[in-house]
Structure formats: C-alpha cells, structure tokens
Design a protein around this ligand. Structure first.
Ligand SMILES: [Fe+2]
Length: 227
C-alpha cells in the first residue's frame, strides 16, 4: 500500500526504541490508529500528531468548513471504532475522515464516487474506497442523479462491512457543516435548507430520510448497502 507519511513513530511498548531509531515512514492507516488510543486500541504512538497532521495534505483542498466537518466526523468514528473488528479500525477511521474528499475535485459531480476514485488513485485500500463510495445512503443520491448503481461494482468487496458503514453514517449524520455536534434531524433539515427545495441533494435527502434518521441514532449496528 502507498499513502506513506513521515512521522516519528514508536510502538507502545518500545517508544524509547522508536525515538532512538528516529523518524520512520509509516502508512496513513497505521498512523490513524493513534487516534484510537483513548479506547486503548493504539498500536502506534506519534507524539503531538493530530488527525489533521495525518490527513491534512489531502483535506487542504477542501473549503475550511468541509475540512472541519471531515476532521470532526473522523474523530467521532475513531472514538467509536471499538464497534468494529480490530482489523477494520484503521480503514474505518481513514474512510470517515476522508468521506467527503470527493468535493476536492468534481469529476462526475457525485462526490462519493469522485472521492472513492481519488482515494483508489492515492493507494488507499478497497475497503476504504468501498466505505467512502457508499457513505450516508449515497445510492439514493446516485439514483437522483441518474447514475446507475452498476458504478458501485468498481468498489465491491467480498466481506461484510456493515458495522463500519454504521459508524461512518452515524458520524456524518451527527456532525454539522462546521464540525459541530448536531442531531440527525438538525443535520437533515440544515442540508435541505442549504441546498434549497429544488436541488438534487434535497430530493435525495428527502427520499433517504427514513434510512438516514435510523442511521443517525447510534454507531452500533449494521447497514447493508445496495449496489
Ligand atoms: Fe459528511
């Protein structure tokens, strides 16, 4: 896998050894695990490095509000990472913080697909791309845009990532446009007000509302995606 970032890293039990050895190049996914330290899940210690440090180079192309929303959703997902299997946690956090990265370049104007393709090009795992392309009931928006669900086959996986989808959808649906905590009802109402009644996004949110309201109740559960 690519996506390497340079940090001073030491394993939890050998941090002195890590410091002696100096900076190493580590995968973003490995660095992402530091953000789970509060849940006792860390495998790497990177002193003073924040989620913004790890993903900031990718997020900087987003407008400031979108960047704040992304980082907050990523932190929220990291805090709930214990709800998915250990082997999935780093991909979960990467996908959560980068779920809106498709707004940085509008190839198809459908940001979940643009984002997944961008991340695939950056060397992120198929899991991360799958989680991003499906985030927050995106298939409903695809249908509103006349995009066939066949495009989702590009990022199909042969494992059940339902628990990870649940965490990401919940994190996105309870994080406002500036990164503030909101209820899912407030989130959906704000999106519709921001885009206006005739916009494709409002039509998508209105149709997907029952699904998104359910997703925004809890990070615990499983969401089986379509497509
Ligand atoms: Fe989002």
């Amino acid at each position: 896998m690519r996506c390497l970032v340079k940090y001073r890293v030491g394993r939890r039990s050998t941090s002195r050894e890590g410091a002696r050895n100096g900076p190493q190049r580590v995968e973003r996914n490995e660095a992402a695990l530091i953000h789970m330290e509060g849940a006792g899940l860390a495998v790497a210690i990177v002193e003073g490095v924040t989620m913004a440090d790890v993903y900031g180079d990718l997020l900087e192309a987003l407008e400031p509000d979108r960047r704040a929303h992304s980082l907050a959703a990523g932190r929220k997902a990291a805090e709930s990472a214990m709800h998915v299997g250990a082997a999935l946690r780093a991909d979960l956090v990467a996908a959560a913080v980068l779920h809106d990265i498709g707004y940085r370049q509008a190839d198809t104007e459908f940001h979940p697909l643009d984002g997944a393709r961008f991340l695939a090009g950056q060397g992120f795992s198929r899991r991360v791309c799958h989680l991003v392309v499906h985030h927050s009931a995106s298939t409903y928006e695809a249908e509103e845009r006349g995009i066939g669900l066949v495009v989702y086959r590009e990022f199909a996986v042969d494992e059940d990532l339902g628990a990870a989808h649940a965490v990401i959808w919940w994190a996105d649906m309870t994080t406002g446009p500036q990164g503030q905590d909101v209820t899912v009802e407030e989130r959906l109402d704000e999106i519709c007000a921001r885009y206006g009644p005739d916009d494709v996004v409002t039509r998508f949110i209105t149709r997907a509302r029952p699904v998104l309201l359910a997703a925004g109740q809890s990070p615990v559960g499983s969401i089986q995606v379509r497509g």
